[in-house]
Design a protein around this ligand. Sequence first.
Ligand code: ADP
Length: 625
Amino acid sequence: MKNIDKEEKISFAQAFKMNWRAFGIIYRKRPQMIASRLIASIWDVLTPYAEIWLSARIIDELAGDRDPARLKFLVILTLAVTAASALISAFIRKWRDVQDTSFWFAVDRIFIEKKASLDYADLDNPKTHELIAAMETIGSYAGGGFARVVFCFDTFFQQIFSIAGGIALTVSLFTSKTGENAASALTETPWIAVVAACVMGALIAVSSVLNNKSGAIWAKNAKAHVLGNRFFWHFGWLGWDDEAAADIRIYNQQRFCGKYIANKESAFESKGLYAKLSKYPIGVYSALSTGLSVLFSAAVNAYICIKAVSGAFGVGMVTQYTASTMRVFSGIGMLIEFYGDIKNNAAYLKLDFQLIDMKSSLQKGTRGVEPPRKESGGIEFKNVSFKYPGTDDYVLKNVSIKFRPGSRLAAVGMNGSGKTTFIKLLCRLYDPTEGEILYNGVNIKEYDYGEYMRMFAVVFQDFYITKFKLGENVSSGPITDREKVEKCLESAGFADKLAEYEKGIDTYMGKIYDPDGVECSGGEAQKIAIARALYKDAPFIILDEPTASLDPIAEADIYSKFNDIAKGKSAIYISHRLSSCKFCDEIAVFHEGQIIQHGSHDELLSDEDGKYRQLWYAQAQYYQK
Ligand code: ADP
C-alpha cells in the first residue's frame, strides 16, 4: 500500500480522470439516481429563463404601447408557463428526491463492501486504519470524495445549460445599436462591447480562481488533522459504547481526551492549524473573491445602464440583460470553480481509490476442496515460520506437524507461545512467511478461498457476539433452521438459559435494539460462540481456550460433551489447563514459537525432562494447594 503522506502533484487531466471514474462507479450502482439529479438540475437552470424573457416582454409592453390585448396574452402566457414549469419541476424533484433517499447509502456502500472484503492481515496494519480514518474523517469533514463528485458533475452540466440559455438572451446586449444621444458615443464602437465583456469575464475569473485557491488550501492541509480526528472518533464512539461504559466511568477515562482539549494548538482548537488558515490565507482569498464578484455586478449593471441610456433598448430588456448576464457569468464562475473542485476533490479521491484498489495479498486458488483423506490426507505444517505484518520477530519458527483427519489435537503452552497464531495460519487469516501448509497433500493457497474457509468452525478467545437476535448469532445470519439452532445451543450447555427467555432464540442480545433484550455473562456468551461453531457443522472444529470464562461446573459439562461435539470431526483444542487435554489423541507443546514436544498424554508425561511434564506437575500442584 502506498504511503498516504507522500504528496504527488495531480494534473487536471489526472484529476478529471479520477473524478470521472468515481462518477462512473456511482452511476453503475445507481443510474436512475444520477439521471434524476442531472435532469432536475438542468430543468432548474433553464426554467427561470422563460420567466425572465416573458417578464421583459410585459415590462416592455407596459413601458411602450400598452396594448391591452397583447398585455392580456403575455400575462396569460406567463401564468401558463409558470404553472406548467412549476408542475413539471415538482414532478422531477419528487423523482429526484425518491432516488436521492439512498444517495449516502449508495456512496457508503461502495466502501462498506470494500472494507468488509479486506484481508484480515490488512486490518492488522496501522496504515490501513490511517487510510480509512483519513478517508472518512477528512473526506466527510471537508465534504470531499465520492459524494462531491456527484455535486461537481451536477454543477458542470447545470452550468453548461445555464450559460447556453443565458447567452441566447444576452447576445443582443453587445450587438444592439445605440440611439442618437451623448451616452451613445461611449457604446457605439464595437470594441467597447469587447472590452466590457473582457473586464466582466476577467473579474469573474479572478474571483473564482481566488475561491478555488481557498478550497485548495483546505484540501492540501486536510491530512493535518487525521490523527486528531481518529482520536476524536474513537473516543466519541466509546463514550456510548455499552461494552466500554463501565470502565470509562470507573477509571474516568474521559481524561484521555483532555490532552487534546488542553492543547490549544491541536487540530480543532483556537491556535490550531485550521484556525490559523481560516484567518489567512483562506479568509483573505474568500474575502477578495466575494469583493470581486460584487465589483463584477457593478460593472455589468453600469454597462447595461449606459447602453439603455444611449437608447439601445428599453426598460424590459434592462431586466432581461441584468438577470441573464448574471446567470451567464455566474455559470462561467461555477465552471471555473468546477475546474478547481475537480482538482481539489482529486486529493480526497486519491485516498478513496487507494482503498478501492487495495489488492488482496493472499493467494486465492481455484481448486475445489475435497473431504479430508484418511491416509495421506489431513493437515500438514511443513517448516512453517511466521512474522506478523510490519514486525521483525518470528512468532512461529520452523513448525512442522501432521494432523490426521478425525483426530483430536490439543495445543498447549505458555501465553504468547504461538498457539493462536498457529490456528490463524491454518484458517488462512494470514499466510506463512516461510514454509507451507498442506491439506490432502496440496498447498492450502491453491484451494478456493471460500470453500477452504468453510471447513473451519473456530471459537476464538476474543470471539464477538453481535447485538442481533440469539438465533441470528448462532446461525450467523437469518434464522432458517430453528430446530438446529436450539439443538446447537443445547449441546453448548445453553438449554437452561434459553428456557428462561420469553422470546426464545428471537431474544435480542443486549438492549440496543429491543428493551426486552438480554445481557449475557462472559460464560454465557462463550456458550453462544460454541453453539455458533457447532451450527456451522464444519469438518474442523477449533476451540481456542473455550472454557476460559466458564465456571467449573459448566467447564466439566463442556468437556463431557466434547466427544459428542467433535464426533466425526477433526478437532483442535487450545488450553492452558492441561487436565482438560488428557482426552485428546495428540498433544503439541508450543514454546517460544516452536513445537517442542508432540505425542499422547502418556508419552509426553513419561518424558522426565520434557516441558509437558513440568507444566503438568506445576498445574497439579497448584490445584492440590
Ligand atoms: P498464544 O495463543 O500461545 O497465547 P499468540 O499466538 O496469541 O500466543 O501470540 C504469539 C505471539 O505473537 C505473542 O508474542 C503475541 O504478542 C504476538 N502477536 C499476536 N498477535 C499479533 C499481532 N496481530 N501483531 C503482532 N504480534 C502479535
